[in-house]
Design a protein around this ligand. Sequence first.
Ligand SMILES: Nc1ncnc2c1ncn2[C@@H]1O[C@H](COP(=O)(O)OP(=O)(O)OP(=O)(O)O)[C@@H](O)[C@H]1O
Length: 227
Amino acid sequence: MIGNSIIKLQGVDIFQQKHLVLSNVDLHIDKGDFVWLIGQTGSGKSSLLKVIYGDLPVSAGDAHAGGYQLKNLPSKEVPFLRRKLGIVFQDFQLLTDRTVEQNLEFVMKATGWKDKAEIAKRTLDVLEKVGVRSKLKKMPHELSGGEQQRVVIARALINDPEIILADEPTGNLDPDTSEEIVMLLKQISQSGTAVLIATHDYHIIRAFPSRIIKCENGKVLEDVQFN
Ligand SMILES: Nc1ncnc2c1ncn2[C@@H]1O[C@H](COP(=O)(O)OP(=O)(O)OP(=O)(O)O)[C@@H](O)[C@H]1O
């Protein structure tokens, strides 16, 4: 972290193959910020998130995330960058053939946790934080959509990330459950972890007014007004 800055992009061009998706991107996210990311389908939201989690390269401009310089980041550093980021994406769902506890253990072992007692304690801590501690021994299919999303958020919190990146986290949830999940993410941001949520759900943005970043016409607009 540089000061309070978690994400800082300056003059970054974002390409998918040879196609320039977003040009001259400036983006600043600080500790504890809660930020919406909006824009039409194909406007570049996922591409922007991919740059932040090291899945798309940065060739021009200056880019930092979680204390890592993204430009020319060696691929062997990417797993370490990702430990500073909690990722809540539709395509990073729970493993369906193991319990909640085993899902969390799986990620911990993959990210270097070895001590059994510490793993057990951290598992309970993060499940407690998101309100599903009692679901420890359940299989994902025994949980509601909202409970599963809470476990996904717990999994994202394991390594105490500086920011949570969430791509359509309420996409499969009913309106009340969506509000509960966003409330949880808001609380997480208030405890110091920044939260960036890409969404098409304007109802939920209205329910939780906050800073809005918009991808539009090949640009990233910081701090747009929502109406
Ligand atoms: N792997 C890829 N190869 C080539 N072009 C891609 C690839 N992924 C995305 N694109 C293109 O990049 C542009 C931005 O796509 P991106 O997925 O970032 O948009 P998005 O705003 O996240 O859209 P959505 O809301 O539908 O998820 C689109 O024109 C898309 O066709």
